[in-house]
Structures are given as C-alpha cells and as structure tokens.
Design a protein around this ligand. Structure first.
Ligand code: DX5
Ligand code: ZN
Length: 241
C-alpha cells in the first residue's frame, strides 16, 4: 500500500521554506547509522532538515551497492519531511515509479543512465512527484539542455557519484552558473541542486551561483551536533545570496 502521508503538505512546507529563507540543506543518509535508521531520521528532522536525500546505488551505474525500496519505505514511515531519492542505477526507468509509489516526493534520475530522459521525467511528474535530472562532473550542461523544460530540478554532481566524503569538484560552479543563466533566458522553472563535497568551505561558492537544494552528507552526519551543522551550512548559504 502506498504510504504517501501528507505528501502535499510536506512539499508545501518545503517550498515555503525555500521561498522565505533561501537555500536549504538536504542531509544525505549515506553515512548514517543504518542500525538505528528511524532514530537517525528523527535526529535529522529535529535538527531542522527541510528534506532528506537518499542515495540509491546499484553496484553497476556506480561501484557501490546501497539500498532500495525496502529502506526507502522505512524512511518514508519515519519521516515527515519530503524525501528525495537519488537514483544512481542503470535503467532507472524500470523501477522509478516504485519509488514514487512509496512516497518519495522528489525523484532524481541520471541523464547518463537514461535512453529517453524526457520520457522518464514525464513519467515521474505524471505520478505527482517532482522530476529532477542529475548530471555527473564529466557530463556537459548541453547534454541536458533539451530536457530542461521537463525538469522540476537539476542536480549538478560536484563529485563522481558513488561514495560520500569525497572532495568537492569545482567544475560544478561553472555548471550551476551556466544553468542559472539558461533558466533566465529560457524562462524555465527548475530548481538548482548540487550534491557532493559540500562543507563550510564550499557551500558559499555554490550558493553564490544559485544552488537552492544543497545536499550534504559527511558535513552533517559526521558532525557531533546535526542541528548545529545544518544551521551553520544554511547560514553560510543564505548569507551568500
Ligand atoms: C555521492 C552521493 C552523495 C553523497 C554526499 O554519490 O550522491 O549524496 O552522499 O556525501 P558528501 O556530502 O559527503 O560528499
Ligand atoms: Zn546523492
């Protein structure tokens, strides 16, 4: 049975926060204590996380294998805030709607993994979730340009996908700026998102060029105090705009 509890309200609150306060940090659960998953979700929500970022890896599109629908469903039951599933998997079109049915409000698919990006984005949106398109550090913005009108968000990878805790790749700065400029010219409505190597040293630079949904894994999960880490990161991002 789908568990899309209050999905609309959760996204409304998320949008209102973005609108009123500026960029938000989405903690990535990848490095959290999976032995106490519900407790980690509660801690992150209590720490002020506006949404949660779940890294789905298949051991093929990226070397690491993480988790799939069973864990997403467990997080969905524990969480009140919106959930983003970041699908680092081959042939995501085969399973993408499973994640929508489980209640993920944001579904992010990689352009490198898709034969028909537009069809995948439209299928996600048709089921009522936000459709985000991700691109790897080596993939030029031109590759996703034809699909930007079908995107609710674009996720610029600032590390090679696969692992948490890698150093930030500054190639993302130019791509975020390029996407922000394209959005202005074209009048598209997609949100600018970034993922990988975000810390107090790098978040100002991505916020300055327009990143609004900023994923942070190790910078939050390896901190003793999640609340302080999120507040510090969001403070830096909001002061940068
Ligand atoms: C990398 C993942 C990221 C990762 C971020 O493949 O997509 O979401 O968890 O971790 P940090 O912030 O430590 O780079
Ligand atoms: Zn991710």
């Amino acid at each position: 049975m789908p568990v899309t509890i209050q999905a609309g309200h959760a996204l409304d609150r998320f949008d209102a926060t973005l609108q009123a306060q500026g960029p938000v940090v989405l903690p990535a659960l990848l490095l959290c204590d999976f032995g106490h998953l519900a407790r980690e979700v509660e801690r992150l929500e209590a720490a002020g996380a506006a949404a949660l970022h779940l890294d789905i890896m298949d051991g093929r599109f990226v070397p690491q294998l993480t988790y799939g629908p069973v864990v997403v469903e467990a997080v969905r039951r524990a969480a009140r805030v919106p959930i983003e599933v970041h699908l680092m998997i081959q042939e995501p079109e085969r399973t993408v709607l499973d994640y929508v049915r489980l209640g993920a409000e944001i579904v992010t698919v990689h352009v490198e993994a898709l034969a028909d990006p537009r069809a995948a984005l439209e299928a996600i949106a048709a089921q009522g979730a936000r459709a985000h398109l991700a691109l790897n550090p080596g993939t030029p913005v031109a590759t996703i340009e034809p699909y930007l009108d079908a995107c609710d968000g674009v996720l610029v990878m600032s590390v090679e996908p696969g692992y948490g805790g890698q150093p930030f790749n500054p190639v993302a700065i130019g791509k975020l700026a390029e996407l922000a400029a394209l959005r202005r010219v074209r009048g598209d409505r997609f949100r600018l998102c970034v993922d990988g190597g975000i810390s107090t040293d790098t978040i100002t630079r991505v916020a300055e060029v327009g990143a609004e949904l900023i994923v942070a894994g190790s910078a939050v999960i390896r901190a003793a105090d999640y609340g302080r880490a999120i507040a510090e990161l969001e403070g830096l991002a909001r002061r940068a705009i």
